[in-house]
Design a protein around this ligand. Structure first.
Ligand code: HEC
Length: 105
């Protein structure tokens, strides 16, 4: 009985850890969709052809940590923090030095 409850507590901790990790990292699939609808409208035509593989992961991290300093920051102001995290996750997870670099097309 006692051992079983320890097992349950351990399983709960694992689930909570997995959930918080998923939240902190954002949703790359949603991010890809958001990037295409909110960023690709300019990037690739009127602005630089920006894709996940345009930068290394550390550069995406820096860019999003100080996104207010990006030249087009005023275009980002109606993007919620959650959506911004998802866009970041997509760009970061498919960056030039990631295991799965991606080009937008
Ligand atoms: C209304 C057009 C427009 C939209 C929408 C837009 N940008 Fe930009 N962005 C620009 C322009 C113009 C520049 C500055 C010149 C350039 O880099 O082409 C720029 C510059 C940047 C830069 C700096 C340049 C670089 O290569 O590091 C980044 C990063 C960036 N944008 C990311 C984004 C992201 C992410 C989104 C979506 C959340 C976005 N932009 C939405 C027009 C836009």
């Amino acid at each position: 009985m006692k051992r079983r409850s320890i097992g349950i507590v351990a399983a709960l901790i694992l689930v909570l850890a997995a959930v918080s990790l998923a939240l902190a990292e954002g949703n790359a699939r949603k991010g890809k969709y958001l990037y295409r609808s909110k960023c690709r409208t300019c990037h690739g035509s009127s602005a630089s052809d920006l894709s996940p593989n345009s930068k290394v992961q550390a550069d995406w991290k820096k860019t999003f940590a100080k996104w207010e300093g990006v030249k087009c920051a005023k275009e980002w102001k109606d993007i919620s923090p959650e959506d911004r995290t998802d866009i970041y996750t997509y760009l970061h997870d498919y960056a030039k030095d990631s295991p799965t670099p991606a080009k937008c097309n």
